[in-house]
Design a protein around this ligand. Sequence first.
Ligand SMILES: Nc1ncnc2c1ncn2[C@@H]1O[C@H](COP(=O)(O)OP(=O)(O)OP(=O)(O)O)[C@@H](O)[C@H]1O
Length: 247
Amino acid sequence: MRPAHPLLDIRGLRKSYGAAEVLKGIDLAVSPGELVFLIGPSGSGKSTLLRCCNRLEEASGGSIWFDGQEVLADRIDINALRRRMGMVFQSFNLYPHMSALGNVTLALRKVLKKPRAEAERIGMAALERVGLAHKAASYPGELSGGQQQRVAIARALALEPGLMLFDEPTSALDPELVGSVLQAMRDMRAAGMTMLVVSHEMRFAREAADRVVFMDGGVIVEQGPPEQIFGSPRHERTRTFVSEVAR
Ligand SMILES: Nc1ncnc2c1ncn2[C@@H]1O[C@H](COP(=O)(O)OP(=O)(O)OP(=O)(O)O)[C@@H](O)[C@H]1O
């Protein structure tokens, strides 16, 4: 059943690349404060779904509503949309010649035209939220991969997004650095952030997700609380996938 007031409401979403239809009519609603985890085999369409939400990819059909706004409308301000939907990628994409704080405050200063002092106050608060206030002056090359990813998260948080999209945020990290990024995500969830996450961190999904959505072949096969998806999946395809990743 759809929640009464979803923050993100995706209906009948379709996406084709040439003749290949990779999203075949996705219906997904995300409520305020919810952490929804997308899982599924490689190529099932998880990243494409995320990227349609902030128009990094153009959907071929269907509708997406975000916070009362029609995302797929021609007239929408895409840059404003992307500020309100923070996205974290596998690669951190920080500017190497700018400090952590410089990276986090760049859009505040250049796009939102905030005065330096205000931008730095907001930027420091964002770095604080990911446990990196003490690294504000460090350059990306002086930070671990996990710290760089947390700077990238802080950069998105500084713009006060209503929703955060995560596309395999820990996949590029050495195993010992994954925990710090997951902790930052746990803290964001505790602070009430709405999050749509694509990740292979199944243990984290089990622990932190409000809902797990299993995709295969461009459709949602099954969704439910993590206990259902990982403990007693209803569909054979879910069962097979979950048992394979467990192995
Ligand atoms: N730019 C593109 N051009 C053509 N095909 C694409 C493009 N981007 C993605 N695809 C195809 O769309 C399908 C879905 O890809 P997508 O990256 O969304 O899957 P995914 O579930 O996120 O996979 P993974 O877990 O491997 O990242 C795949 O078959 C992929 O090859």
